[in-house]
Design a protein around this ligand. Structure first.
Ligand SMILES: *[C@@H]1O[C@H](CO)[C@@H](O)[C@H](O)[C@H]1NC(C)=O
Ligand SMILES: *[C@@H]1O[C@H](CO)[C@@H](O)[C@H](O)[C@H]1NC(C)=O
Length: 436
């Protein structure tokens, strides 16, 4: 008779139970009946009573199911090509090698079946709205043909139903999302990376297959798309040519702001000068891992771009010769929090080659957030990301589960090791939660 593996049983039980307790996932799971649940619980307790405690490990992984879809395929190829090159450098020994202290406490909550501790209650609520909210209105965004803003109504949201119909009211009340292209799914990973690293600067995003008849056919043809929570109070400059910024900032001004004693007020521009230096450290770290060039280096000055790159085709790269002409874009804050950056459009470049990593994104940054660096150093970045992504069932299943996601996570992890090496070689420091 084959002997059942009790550890496995407990893991799958706890997986089923935690799934059942996570209300926003409810629609996706076929729930066991209460009687079956009770039986499972009893079995689990029985098994637990006869076993040593579970080792602390990351997620209960599902087997790979559907074939992976194209948005990360390039990354997979990349890692395939690279798999025979020498292994990643050993992480340097740093004083902040230990896990951030606050996480020990939070691990207990996880044992009770909560979502990972780095996703806040507010995150989960917004993710639930994005995942299950009924589409009640749609608005095209002028000059952004590829995205659609939709009003959403959460299940049982009676207050929302009492609101006057119409997208403006919905969006002002935080009940809107921006549906992007299927190819932008990487943005969902970026959201999870942001939370795993404790940055908390990007907006909640999930993958979703839409069926609403309000949407154009291309949105309901079965491919999952990313939908990102719409922040009602992003500040935009009045200037129609520069409405993707909350404040206008040139590269040289930016570098000046980063100087150690350079609390240089940026002339005539209130919003940017209210952004503390630490915000730029968050941004640089995030953008380096994802290789988002758009914000800090839309001209591709930090690497040799292919001729087919937009920055070459749009004749931006030529401007690198004259730094005074370079500007930052997508530098945004919210009216409710003018000294915190908000990261939007984070899809980044999973396929960006490792030998061309854009180090210019790190230029001028001399200190990085301690918690984020500790996560990168822990060697657990991939497993934490898997645990986090597992919460997004649509993304998880459409990408072929842990196996399907692994090449992408390996790419990020290699970039993380390169960043750690850079921090060490440049003698850069870290700062804690309360920087001065
Ligand atoms: C995360 O950011 C939001 C605003 O974007 C803020 O309301 C919330 O308190 C932050 N959470 C943490 C844990 O810092
Ligand atoms: C880092 O510090 C070491 C030892 O103090 C020094 O030799 C090295 O030149 C420094 N590197 C940089 C880039 O400043």
């Amino acid at each position: 008779m084959p002997k059942a593996d009790p550890v496995k049983i407990i893991k799958s039980l706890s997986s089923a139970l935690s799934g059942a307790q996570r209300p926003w996932r409810r629609m996706r799971l076929k729930l066991p009946t209460p009687a079956a649940l009770g039986l499972l619980l009893a079995l689990a307790l029985l098994a637990l009573a006869h076993l040593p405690p579970l080792p602390d490990r990351s997620p209960h992984l599902l087997p790979a199911s559907s074939p992976p879809s194209p948005w990360w395929e390039a990354a997979a190829t990349l890692s395939g090509e690279r798999s025979c090159s020498k292994g990643p450098p050993t992480p340097p020994a740093h004083p902040w090698q230990d896990q951030p202290p606050s996480w020990g406490r939070r691990r207990q909550q996880r044992a009770m079946g909560d979502a990972p501790p780095w996703l806040s209650a507010d995150d989960l609520q917004k993710m639930q709205l994005l995942t299950h909210g009924r589409v009640v209105s749609k608005t095209r965004i002028p000059a952004h043909g590829q995205v659609l803003r939709v009003g959403l109504r959460a299940v049982g949201d009676t207050e929302g139903d009492a609101l006057p119909a119409g997208p403006e009211g919905d969006c002002q009340n935080g009940r809107c999302g921006l549906i992007k292209r299927p190819g932008d799914l990487y943005e969902v990973l970026a959201f999870h990376l942001d939370r795993v690293l404790g940055l908390n600067r990007s907006l909640p995003a999930v993958a979703r297959r839409f069926t609403s008849h309000l949407l154009p056919y291309s949105y309901t043809n079965g491919s999952p798309r990313p939908i990102v929570w719409w922040a009602p109070d992003l500040q935009h400059l009045e200037d129609a040519n520069n409405d993707q910024n909350s404040c206008a900032l040139g590269w040289l001004q930016y570098q000046e702001m980063l100087q150690p004693h350079g609390l240089v007020p940026v002339a005539g521009d209130a919003p940017c000068s209210s952004i503390p230096r630490t915000e730029w450290s968050y941004l640089a770290l995030f953008d380096f891992l994802l290789q988002v060039h758009d914000r800090l280096d839309r001209y591709c000055c930090g690497f040799q771009p292919d001729p087919s790159e937009p920055c070459v085709e749009e004749m931006l790269h030529e401007k690198c010769r004259n730094p005074a002409e370079l500007v930052l874009v997508h530098i945004l804050v919210r009216q409710s929090a003018p000294s915190r950056l908000v990261f939007i459009d984070n899809a980044g470049r999973p396929q960006h080659p490792e030998e061309k990593l854009n180090f210019r994104l790190l230029q001028g940054i001399d200190s990085f957030p301690e918690v984020a660096v500790a996560v990168l150093q822990s060697g657990r970045l991939q497993s934490l990301l898997l645990e986090s992504l597992h919460v997004d069932r649509e993304l998880w299943e459409s990408q072929g589960g842990a196996e399907g996601l692994r090449p992408l996570l390996q790419t990020i992890d290699r970039r993380a090791r390169i960043l750690l090496q850079y921090i060490q070689e440049q003698n850069l420091t870290v700062f804690g939660d309360l920087p001065h």
